[in-house]
Design a protein around this ligand. Sequence first.
Ligand code: HEC
Ligand code: HEC
Length: 239
Amino acid sequence: MLLAVMMLASTVACNNLPGRPAPVSDVLRPSQQTDFAALYAQNCAACHGPRGEGGAAIALAGPLYLATVSDQVLRSVTTDGIPGTPMPAFGQSAGGTLTVQQIAALVDGIRKWVPAGAAEGVRPPSYVAGVPGEAKRGAIVYQSFCSSCHGPGGDGGKAAGSIVDPSFLALVSDQGLRTTVIFGRPELGAPDWRGDVPGHPMTDQEVSDVVAWMAAHRVPYPGQPYPSGAGKSLQGGER
Ligand code: HEC
Ligand code: HEC
């Protein structure tokens, strides 16, 4: 009996010699990780919040958001990123590190945050713009639904900051604006499409128009105060 224990102890000890490769390594290669919590924590939590509640970027765990957005969108955005915004491309096919299986595990796990049917009976405007927007009409929509918080011109008011700042607009896609207008940023106090003017939910058309109005404030060279005369003021010191 004692001998058996000693033999067992010595085999265990030998197998654990430092540097000796185990027959099958128990350390997962990064590409083999398919545990949702680990994948999400490593790749997404820093921007979308540890539990998808939002942070630097929008919440992914909102029941209405998840009821509206398709798996196909979740997959393609995670694979290819959103060009021109801080949302990176994670798919190996797009130069990222995650496999097709890992992205499927992420989409699956994000879906499971919210029980099926959590948004039953609520009909948000469509996720993808169903009708083209028009900036001119959007200016009127802006006055009715948004100016109370974002100020008369959109450049900030008592309750919220600027949404026409060129540097902000340079880093956000039109769909990103649309997603924010529809689902709000509850974690920041921004209302959803029903909350801007209580009792008057925004229509699909109104959402498209106000997004077109914000997008119309984009400028070619954001962050440069004197785009046309920049060269001159550097060389000639004209100020
Ligand atoms: C009740 C006040 C309120 C109303 C009404 C409102 N917002 Fe906001 N909005 C906020 C707050 C608070 C934030 C959080 C950031 C901030 O303070 O600017 C915000 C943020 C935003 C953002 C930026 C989100 C980000 O990613 O940083 C956009 C875009 C936006 N709102 C668009 C709109 C539009 C368009 C309307 C009208 C359809 C609207 N908001 C109506 C309060 C409001
Ligand atoms: C460096 C910050 C950052 C990281 C990391 C990040 N995201 Fe994003 N994500 C963003 C930003 C910013 C947007 C909004 C871009 C836009 O449309 O303007 C976004 C948008 C999205 C959207 C689309 C939202 C919509 O409008 O419907 C999805 C889905 C998404 N991210 C999923 C993920 C997943 C899954 C991960 C991890 C694998 C991840 N993101 C990691 C910053 C990030």
